[in-house]
Design a protein around this ligand. Structure first.
Ligand code: SF4
Length: 331
C-alpha cells in the first residue's frame, strides 16, 4: 500500500468528527480554516459553531457590523484574521454576488487567504488537486522522507510543496489533505510520536535512521521582544474612557484604554491623580511578551469616549484588557 492510501485508511479509522468535515460549502470551509489557523481545535471549535450560527451565509457575515464581528472573535487572537474575514465576506457578497471562486488562483487573490488556505478551500470544497502544506504536513513529510532542509527556508517551502503534490491523491485530494494533516496532528505529533503503532513505520526514513526527534529542522529561532505597556483607566461617574484602536497592528479596530509604552517598567506616575494601580499582567504572543500595568486615574487630557461600566461588555477588547477586567471582578 502506498503512502497516500495508508494515510487515508488511517484517517478513516482515527479522524475526529468536526463539523466542517461534513460540508462542501466553501463559505463554511473558509470560515473553519481562518478560525483554526494558529489555534487548537478545542479552542477554535466553539468559535466556529458561534460564527456558523450567527452568520450562516457569506451575505449574513457581510451585512454584520464590524464591532459585532470583532466582539464575536474576541479571545481568539490574531485579530487581522477577523478583519480580513469581514472584508472578504463583503467582497464576495457584493462583487461576486455571493459566489465563492472555485479556482485556486482566484481563491488566493482574496484578502487574508494565502497558499495554504487557498489549497484547503480548493481541495475540500471543489476537489481541486492542490496539496496543503501546513505545520503538520511539513513534519510528516520531513520525517517520512527523511528531509533535513529547514522547513522555514524558501527552499524548504518549495521542496515540501513539491513532495506533497507528488504524493497527493489526485482522485480524492480533499480527503488526502485532511488525512495527512490529521495524521500529523494525532499520530506523527511534534514530541515523542508513538512510532511503534504507526502504519508508516516500515517505510519511514526518520524511524529507520533514528532521526524522529531531530526532524523537522528549523533554521531561525523567532526573536521575542519584551514590551512594557501602561494603560490609563480614566474614570468618571461610573464610566470608563475607552478608545477605538486605529493603529495598523494586531488589535486594529478593537477597543482599549489610552496607552503609554515605556522602555522599562513604570513604577510611578506623576501629574494625574492615581486612584489605584494594578499588578503587572504578563501576556505572551508569538513574537512579543507584554508586561502591562493598569493605572486607574481621574482627570487628564485623554481622547476617547466615556462608557458606562455596565455597557463595557458590548465592546471587543484585546485579551490583555479582558484579563484586567477579570481581575477586577475577582476583587
Ligand atoms: S514512524 Fe514515527 S516519525 Fe515516522 S511517520 Fe510514523 S509517527 Fe511519524
Amino acid at each position: 500500500m502506498d503512502f497516500s492510501q495508508t494515510v487515508i485508511r488511517w484517517y478513516n479509522k482515527n479522524k475526529r468528527d468536526l463539523p466542517w468535515r461534513h460540508t462542501k460549502d466553501p463559505y463554511k470551509i473558509w470560515l473553519s480554516e481562518i478560525i483554526m489557523q494558529q489555534t487548537r481545535v478545542r479552542q477554535g471549535l466553539p468559535y466556529y459553531n458561534t460564527f456558523a450560527q450567527k452568520f450562516p451565509t457569506v451575505h449574513a457575515l457581510a451585512k454584520a457590523k464590524e464591532d459585532v464581528v470583532m466582539k464575536t472573535w474576541q479571545g481568539l487572537g490574531y485579530y487581522s484574521r477577523a478583519r480580513n474575514l469581514h472584508h472578504t465576506a463583503k467582497f464576495i457578497s457584493k462583487d461576486l454576488n455571493g459566489k465563492f471562486p472555485n479556482e485556486f488562483e482566484e481563491i488566493k487573490k482574496l484578502k487574508g487567504i494565502g497558499e495554504y488556505t487557498a489549497s484547503a478551500i480548493a481541495s475540500f470544497a471543489f476537489d481541486k488537486p492542490h496539496a496543503v502544506v501546513d505545520g503538520n504536513v511539513f513534519r510528516v513529510l520531513s520525517r517520512y522522507l527523511g528531509i533535513k532542509i529547514p522547513i522555514d527556508s524558501t527552499e524548504g517551502k518549495k521542496v515540501f510543496t513539491q513532495k506533497a503534490n507528488l504524493l497527493l491523491d489526485k482522485k480524492d485530494p480533499g480527503t488526502f489533505n485532511q488525512a495527512i494533516m490529521e495524521f500529523g496532528a494525532l499520530q506523527c505529533v511534534p514530541q515523542n510520536p508513538d512510532c511503534g503503532i504507526c502504519p508508516l513505520k516500515k517505510t519511514c526514513k526518520a524511524f529507520a535512521k533514528d532521526l524522529v526527534a531531530k526532524l523537522p529542522v528549523k533554521s531561525q529561532k523567532t526573536k521575542v521582544r519584551t514590551r512594557y505597556f501602561n494603560y490609563f483607566v480614566v474614570r468618571k461617574n461610573n464610566k470608563t474612557l475607552i478608545r477605538k484602536r486605529t493603529e495598523n497592528d494586531i488589535w486594529k479596530n478593537m477597543y482599549d484604554f489610552p496607552l503609554l509604552e515605556t522602555k522599562k517598567e513604570m513604577k510611578k506616575l506623576n501629574a494625574t491623580r492615581v486612584l489605584s494601580v494594578s499588578k503587572s499582567f504578563k501576556h505572551v504572543l508569538s513574537h512579543q511578551i507584554i508586561f502591562a500595568r493598569f493605572w486607574e486615574v481621574e482627570g487628564g487630557n485623554h481622547k476617547g469616549t466615556y462608557i458606562h461600566d455596565n455597557q463595557l461588555n458590548r465592546y471587543a477588547f484585546p485579551r490583555l484588557i479582558e484579563l484586567y477586567f477579570e481581575s477586577k471582578v475577582k476583587q
